[in-house]
Write a protein that binds this ligand. Sequence first.
Ligand code: FAD
Length: 373
Amino acid sequence: MTPKRILIVGGGFAGMYAAMEMRRLEEIGHQVTLVSAENFMQYQPFLPEVASGTIDPRAIVVPLRPLLKRATIEVGEVTSIDHDARNVDVRIPDGGTVQLEYDVLVVTAGSWSRVLPIPGLAEHGIGFTTVQEAIYLRNHVLSRLDVATQTQDPQRRRAALTFVFVGAGYAGVEALGELEDLARDAMRNYPKLRPSEMRWVLVEAAGRILPELPPNLAAYAQAQLAERNIDVLLHTRLESAVEGTIQLSDGQAFAADTLVWTAGVKPSPLAGVGGLPVDARGRVVVDDHLRVGLLLLRHRIGRRRLLRPAVAGDRAGPAAADLGSEGAGADRFVCQPAPPRERHRAVRGGLGPAARPVRRLVGPGRGDRVVRT
Ligand SMILES: Cc1cc2nc3c(=O)[nH]c(=O)nc-3n(C[C@H](O)[C@H](O)[C@H](O)COP(=O)(O)OP(=O)(O)OC[C@H]3O[C@@H](n4cnc5c(N)ncnc54)[C@H](O)[C@@H]3O)c2cc1C
């Protein structure tokens, strides 16, 4: 058996689990290297709870080095893939670039926030995809209570107590729900403020919230929000946020100190690098098992002999045997391992195979849960 160099790009959900699955490959002599922008994996589903303080930030990050003891962990950003030469360029935190070679490449670079060119958004919008942003948002919301209680200006007070979230998917609904809870609880310590002075607004361009859920569950979640006096504005878009004035497509304009942008994601630009097949929206085109290897063999390398490729976590057969026994074409394989949870597919925009059943889905705050089983 010739040992293979397996290179995983990205240390998120998919990359970390792929590396864990590959421990058995390491045991028989293959080498696994994981390159990621951070040396930890963050569990994004609990970001709303981190923002509200019900979960300690340290509890949602998994340090990669102690977990993946046999693998080599490289912290850096992959900037290009040369599939013919089988190497990638990595920009390391120190500023330089190193080159890593591979026989098998696993691309799990995740997605980026989809930011639109809305005036004022870049200056005032707060993203919600990282632990750092969750902690920042928590501190920001609490700081608005201090501003509101100290100012003598009623307009200033109103702006400080107005919180706008754009995008009513899981991230927006959960983040708003948790932070409203936080602010409402914290107000007990601000005798001059009343919860009824707060305005929480959820802006959604589509005609419903939580598009990933069946309509009845989404309607239930929306009713919960309405009960808490949260304004859910459907068929409405953010048009401008210049100097903190929120201008909406329904004609409303009001000042708000807090603007949270949770309006979806787009594929990592890495998806289109190195000749991987992508669709019009920049998403990697894969087969039913999240593989692109056969497409590359057919369309790029031009091989006729189709080989059964090795995929991390593929229950159909041990990846180790594939790696050891197949011909030269298999090691040009590029793949994306199946995500641990189906939400991955919904959020990333449909890269995956047929849906698996989904369980706990959304928590609109106050410990409520909308569950589909
Ligand atoms: C607020 C919120 C709540 C969510 N709730 C749920 C939920 O309840 N259930 C659920 O299933 N999903 C949920 N998701 C979605 C889920 O977190 C993602 O689908 C999942 O993280 C995607 O996994 P991934 O490995 O593809 O990408 P990620 O976890 O984003 O990992 C990508 C990794 O690649 C690294 N990377 C990116 N580009 C490069 C590069 N060029 N070079 C090197 N490294 C790179 C990144 O630093 C990152 O570590 C939620 C997401 C958010 C934001």
